[in-house]
Design a protein. Structure first.
Length: 377
């Protein structure tokens, strides 16, 4: 069997039947009535967020919804973080249900006009990815009689070494090249928009603390240089994420405390123009990765006709694309009445088609997936 990587530390010390949020895996399966299902342990999520807060007390924590947009999970995470980052109008709608618009930022290249309208109308911050997108936002703001809240997403001239996806140091659809960013800031301020700062994201899924520390120091220097060129201090610098999760065999969990200590030292000596600037990090995978367990039943035909053998396996790992199309079990601790710790009714959810990954797709109905739509491995 292909190795799936080490279990998260919250589960690694268990022996015998796997326990999730105080109940056995078999108990969760009986409550759901069938498999597959996902079970989320919100105590683990809260503990990871608390660890981040302790390691980086001066940094705002944003949750990137694309890491997991499940509505129940989002409702539970929202009170624990300072902001939410979205990448579609569907994610924006989910975010507005749990956070005020001023705490929401909308990133991603290729935003449609209707998405710009939705963000500007709501009052969310647009992380603009090009001069063309900024011009469209200006025009829409003029038509609506609203001043758009706008930050500039920068494609940095640095890269995050060892990251699973590198977004800097090369041509990229993500953000404005660093050499053009200051001019775009000048245009935004000159147009009367509400400039909110920089979003600088060099890569994702990095587990090397040295690489993250090096990249964050370079990002602070880049933000200061761009602010000096534009002649205006940024209210916020979003340092992106990049904090990885040990998905595969041999991966070692990121030393968050080491990263936090180094970032505190870098901030203490930051350039004067960033003296009043706030800083944020949006580690979606760090908060949401590895906190769910997937149960699915394996069926195979026995020699005796008409007889199946069911063998249940539990995994604690990130889902594949196909697995994201399975029904979800929104969960923290369940009481006898079946309500989660955040007070919402826990259902098995199935989200059809692309909306499993991108909430702009059609909303799936609750309940069991129709036969043939949800394969079992």
């Amino acid at each position: 069997m292909k190795p799936m990587g080490a279990l998260p530390p919250e589960f690694a010390g268990q022996s015998g039947s796997l326990t999730i949020a105080g109940q056995s895996a078999d108990d969760w399966a009986r409550q759901a009535g069938d498999t597959p299902l996902f079970v989320y342990d919100m105590a683990i999520v809260a503990a990871r967020i608390a660890r981040f807060r302790a390691a980086m007390p001066a940094i705002d924590l944003h949750y990137a919804i694309k890491a997991n947009p499940h509505a129940d999970l989002l409702a539970a995470i929202a009170p624990l973080v300072d902001g939410l980052d979205v990448a579609s109008s569907g994610e924006l709608a989910h975010a507005l249900a749990v956070k005020p618009a001023a705490a929401i930022s909308f990133a991603g290249p290729g935003k449609r006009d209707d998405e710009l309208v939705a963000a500007i109308t709501a009052g969310a911050t647009l992380n603009v990815e090009s001069e063309g997108e900024a011009a469209r936002a200006f025009a829409i703001g003029d038509r609506l009689g609203l001043a758009p809240r706008m930050a500039v997403r920068v494609n940095p001239d640095i890269e995050l070494r060892g990251s699973g996806m590198r977004m800097g140091g090369r041509a990229s659809p993500f953000g404005v090249d660093a050499v053009r960013a200051a001019a775009l800031v000048t245009a935004i301020v000159g147009a009367g928009a509400d400039w909110r700062g920089f979003h600088i994201y060099a890569g994702s899924q990095a587990l090397d603390p040295g690489a993250i520390i090096e990249t964050q120091a370079a990002t602070l220097a880049l933000a200061a240089r761009l602010a000096d060129q534009a002649g205006v201090a940024p209210p916020l610098v979003n340092l992106g994420g990049g904090f990885g999760v040990p998905y595969f065999a041999g991966d070692v969990a990121l030393d968050v405390e080491r990263v936090g200590d180094a970032l505190a030292e870098a901030l203490a000596t930051r350039a004067a123009i960033l003296g009043e600037t706030r800083f944020a990090i949006e580690p979606g995978a760090l908060a949401g990765g590895g906190v769910r367990c997937l149960s699915h039943a394996h069926r195979r035909r026995e020699a005796e006709p008409g007889r199946n053998l069911r063998r249940r396996r539990w995994r604690s790992q990130p889902p594949t694309r196909r697995q994201r199309q399975f029904r979800h079990r929104g969960a923290s601790q369940l009481s006898d009445r079946g309500r989660g710790a955040h007070g919402s009714r826990n259902h098995d959810h199935r989200v059809r088609g692309r909306s499993a990954l991108h909430p702009t797709g059609p909303a799936g109905r609750q309940g069991r997936a129709p036969r043939g739509r949800c394969r079992r491995a």
